[in-house]
Each structure stands twice: as structure tokens, then as C-alpha cells.
Design a binder for this molecule. Structure first.
Ligand code: URA
Ligand code: SF4
Length: 216
């Protein structure tokens, strides 16, 4: 299936409040139909670091906020351990609606299709234009696909400085939900914290004069 994409709904001007207000109207792909609500990014416009996840999960869809479920709690803990205050960074997702499959009463996460990722990317592009972070932290393969292209392998290049096509500094790491499910939790949590520490240094090296990442 190919979708029209979000372009028609994304305001070309204005800041984050205007973007957030326009988001619920989006019909750029089919994911709005079954989700409870759209989940906007959150954080200060002045943030020097932007973290980009995959899509809202079950809890995020119910609460309307990014990273408030199990993966979000783990991310909060990892940010804290890396010395990064969650409220000083901008958090968002590649796809703004929850894609799932119903199994009995449970809603099971389903990875968004390439066509849905492509359809939703205009929202993320506009967030990047507005916030202009010194560093983008790419969480997992869906965000990597949208921001770094199809050939990018997160497991091979995690923790290394890379660049988005427009030259914005970036760094990829694994998605926190992969750590939640890991059989080697302690090791994988430690590796995520290491990557986030590197991200903190990379963001601090930015010269934009943006408000710095605050220590947790
Ligand atoms: N996983 C994500 O990628 N984003 C969220 O907001 C929650 C879980
Ligand atoms: Fe629009 Fe993205 Fe939701 Fe699809 S997932 S309807 S493109 S906001």
C-alpha cells in the first residue's frame, strides 16, 4: 500500500505548539484509524539533543505521551545513569501513531511498514527544522531507516558519530525496548548507558549556543 503522506497536514511555518495542534488531523497513512490518539514529540524547543524512537507503544497510545511505557521507563533510567535530564532533551518518534495487532485483549506492537514510515517522516523533518538540535540520537532500526537510510546497520555502528544527510550530527543506538526484552539485560543496559554518555559529550561539543543538556 502506498500512502499520500503527511505533507498536506504539516504546517510549513510556526513552532512546536502549532505543529502539535495540527498533528491530530493527520490522515497521511492508515495508522490513525485504529489508534486511540496521536502521540506528539515533547521537550523544549531549545534542546540541544533530540532522541528519536520508533512509534508509540500501547501505554503511549492510551496516555498520549511519548516514552511513558516500559521502554520509556528504561530510557529514563538509562538517561539518568548517563547524566542526562529527560526534561532538557526533546523526545519524539519516527511514526506518530501506534501500529499493533490484536491478540485477544492484548494489543501487540507491530513494526511500521516502510510505506507508513515514509508517510510520517514530514512530521519528524519539521520537528528537526524547528528544534535544530546539535545532536540527534537515533533509537533503533526504524528511526535509523528514516534518518540514516536503508543501508545503515545500528548494531554495527552504534555509539559512533554519524551525520544526517543535511549534516546534522547524529549517533545511533539500540532501541530501549530491545534492552527491556534482552536476555543479557545488565550488559545491554550498560551498553545503552555508554552510548548515551557519548551522546552527551557529542551534544556538549555543539556550537549552536543552545541550552545544554542538563545533568540528571
Ligand atoms: N517506543 C518508542 O519508540 N516510542 C515510544 O514513545 C514508546 C516506546
Ligand atoms: Fe499521519 Fe503519521 Fe499518523 Fe500516519 S502515522 S496518520 S502519517 S501522523
Amino acid at each position: 500500500m502506498k500512502f499520500a503522506g503527511a505533507d498536506e497536514w504539516v504546517p510549513a511555518r510556526g513552532g512546536l505548539p502549532k505543529l502539535r495542534a495540527a498533528l491530530p488531523d493527520c490522515r497521511g497513512c492508515d495508522l490513525w484509524e485504529n489508534a486511540i490518539q496521536v502521540v506528539p514529540g515533547e521537550g523544549p524547543r531549545q534542546a540541544s539533543m533530540m532522541l528519536v524512537g520508533e512509534q508509540p507503544g500501547d501505554v503511549e497510545d492510551k496516555e498520549g505521551r511519548v516514552f511513558v511505557g516500559p521502554a520509556g521507563r528504561l530510557l529514563d533510567k538509562a538517561l539518568g545513569a548517563a547524566g542526562i535530564d529527560r526534561d532538557s532533551v526533546y523526545l519524539t518518534n519516527t511514526v506518530k501513531h501506534f501500529r499493533f495487532e490484536e491478540r485477544g485483549k492484548r494489543r501487540i506492537h507491530k513494526t511500521p511498514a516502510v510505506s507508513q514510515i515514509v508517510a510520517c517522516t514530514p512530521w519528524l523533518s519539521r520537528e528537526l527544522e524547528i528544534v535544530k538540535p546539535d545532536l540527534v540520537v537515533v533509537l533503533g532500526s526504524v528511526a535509523a531507516r528514516a534518518l540514516l537510510g536503508t543501508g545503515f546497520k545500528v548494531t554495527e555502528r552504534r555509539g559512533q558519530p554519524v551525520e544526517l544527510p543535511d549534516g546534522t550530527a547524529a549517533m545511533a543506538t539500540v532501541h530501549p525496548s530491545a534492552v527491556v526484552r534482552s536476555e543479557e539485560y545488565r550488559r545491554d543496559f550498560g551498553l545503552l548507558v555508554d552510548d548515551l554518555r557519548s551522546a552527551r559529550s557529542l551534544a556538549a561539543a555543539g556550537h549552536s549556543g543552545k541550552s545544554k543538556v542538563k545533568p540528571a
